[in-house]
Design a protein. Sequence first.
Length: 254
Amino acid sequence: MNNETGELEIDLLRMAQALWKKAVGIVIAGVLAAAVALGYTAFFVTPLYKAEALMYVNSNNISVGSTKVSISQAELSAAQTLVDTYIVILNTRATLSEVIAQTKVNYTYEQLKKMISAQSVNSTEVFSITVTSPDPKEAEVLANAIAQILPQKIASIVEGSSARIVDYAVEPSEKASPSLRGNMLLGFVIGVIGACGVVVIRELMDDLIHDSDYLIQTYDIPVLAVIPDLLSNQSANAYDVSAGQQSKKRGKFL
């Protein structure tokens, strides 16, 4: 509402009442949005699968170039930067190009790199290699190929290091994304928020005077008289009654 100073005032109680009156429509909008999200997810979104391989990296008296560093086993477990080094080697063009050549997949280096993620498991010397693909068998093959090729690449770059496969990847039986339930919930929330926004905007844009209480509460203007609405149901019923009485007197002429 615009007050005398031209500032916009929002009556929260009025907004709440307006939303409550349209509660059924708001819920219906949320349900429709959830149905649209479900249909779009089921028919237009490509499902993705993830296969994960685990590797263990052990390195004592590491030699990188001409620099030798001695790290104890306890220090190595907490050395996240060391694991990050192996992840960088994993993402190099030489490593992934060899993976592409061995598996004969139809991906470029850039495409395959986007499909791979690697991270340390609970800040230990074990790190996981995860491959995301629309084909579950392809995800398994790529993850295991990386696990086989990576130890050789690491040993050729970081002297004194060794990497072993802790667990091979298996073909995923369930898709990792998208989530039908999650997208339905998101669609419902978006639908409800959108419907609430429409109700609030319409209420703010409504500058009509619907009753005398609006004048009293908003502008503190006394109401001197009220003109009855002759088209209201009550007036119409009264007119029908009187007309009905007249029709009895006039017989079939009405």
